[in-house]
Design a protein around this ligand. Sequence first.
Ligand code: ADP
Ligand code: MG
Length: 239
Amino acid sequence: MLTLQDLTHHYQSLTPQGNALTLSFSLSVEQGDIVALIGPSGAGKSTLLAMVAGFLAPDNGKLTINHQAIHQQSPAERPLSMLFQEHNLFPHLTVSENIGLGIHPGLTLSQSDKEAIVVAAARVGIQPYLDRLPEQLSGGQKQRVALARCLVRQRPLLLLDEPFSALDPALRKEMLELVRSLAQEQGTTVVMVTHSPDDVRKIANKCAFIAKGQVRVFGETAKVLDNPQDEALKHYLGL
Ligand code: ADP
Ligand code: MG
């Protein structure tokens, strides 16, 4: 469903003394997979997602979704939605409007669009708050709004970059289960960055270990986590 073939980005160094950095990823994701990306801070997980989403241009390599090369498409045109750890919502717009942005960036919404917003809000449990501003919501509720905005887009691929790291464990578990059941209902393929091996086991059927700008290990979650052979992965897991 999603393939990255030596998808490469060169970062110029931020300081005169610093080294330029090259990251290059290969990965093949099947339709309906829930793939967790794990790995040390600075390994390149966000860079990988940013290239798939179209926020960052690759310098080399190939990216396809459903067998189509998508490098010409802007982020909005790509058949995907993305959810970040924070800063997902516009503070001056209501919950309903924030969700509506997923359908139309200018908020030109038909009656059926408005109905879709209510359905998505109900599905993630925030229907009572549709007229509130983000500042009147808890952190967990804000992430539900952001998830509802992904839902109304009905795109086949969902990218999540540490989406629930700021939430407490019980809430995080609830949100992960919500993502898993939504993905199952809609047949959505999911790629999610997370720092918690427990979260990986709860939600992901596949797991990729990213280190130093490469996918070093990729496979079934249990195989990757239970009997790691790669030294860097063992170190990352604290084994
Ligand atoms: P992760 O999400 O795994 O923590 P990132 O993809 O954010 O890692 O970053 C990967 C590497 O690229 C890091 O070493 C980081 O310092 C470097 N990097 C990220 N953004 C930039 C940038 N804009 N310019 C230069 N280097 C960057
Ligand atoms: Mg990151």
